[in-house]
Design a protein around this ligand. Sequence first.
Ligand SMILES: [Zn+2]
Length: 271
Amino acid sequence: MPELPEVEVVRRGLQGPLAGLGLRRVERLRADLRYPLPDMDAALAGRRLAAVRRRAKYLLFDFGETWLAWHLGMTGQFHVLPAVAPAGPHEHVRLLFEGGVSLRYRDARRFGYAGILPARGWTEHPWFAGLGPEPLEPGFSPATLERAFASRRAPVKQALMDARVVVGVGNIYACEALFRARIHPARPACRIGRARIGRLHAAVVAVLSEAIEAGGSSISDFLRADGRPGYFAHAFRVYGRAGAPCVDCGRLIRRIVQAGRATFYCPHCQR
Ligand SMILES: [Zn+2]
């Protein structure tokens, strides 16, 4: 499943070729994905795409007064292709822009979904109401993290993955950030002191920023017919490395299961 860095890299890959283009029409090749697809042609044809934005793991296509929100689910991919290019496998939606440019949505497992929202008040939509701050924006700070953790007795890893605390920190990046901050993933969130919260905040920002940067160098892959967003696996220090030596101390990385998700950590470095 794509996490925040992958979605942000997709956003950057779409913003360049598409922002500023008028939308001619939208073709739906099926009526639903995870949920029924909205009538995008009725809502958006004739409008100009001002920008491609992102909130949490949603892409937000800003068409002025009306926005198109899109979640990639497990296997969703966007491709920018000439309008005349033939449909690829699992292609479900085509947005046809002026200048012979098209945006294709492909999704093998069809867990993706889309919705039309009014620009005014979009943050009140059920998909967005109640979300915590974006991790790479100033609304996420050591102070906001400290306030959120103060009332949470849950293990810190689960608190960090709670979208009400901060959005977009999924399983992989939660493991990586806790390793860098040297915090044991099972420690109750409310029992982490201010200095360690400061380290954890910095670690979250660092792991997500580095992942986006690593993905940014492969943006062209997202625009090719065969390109697919992947994880930026080369940078992982603990995730997926059970039984391998810790990059810092050489002892073996351990795997446990928390709330049904695999957690990887170093029992020596993380306390
Ligand atoms: Zn270690």
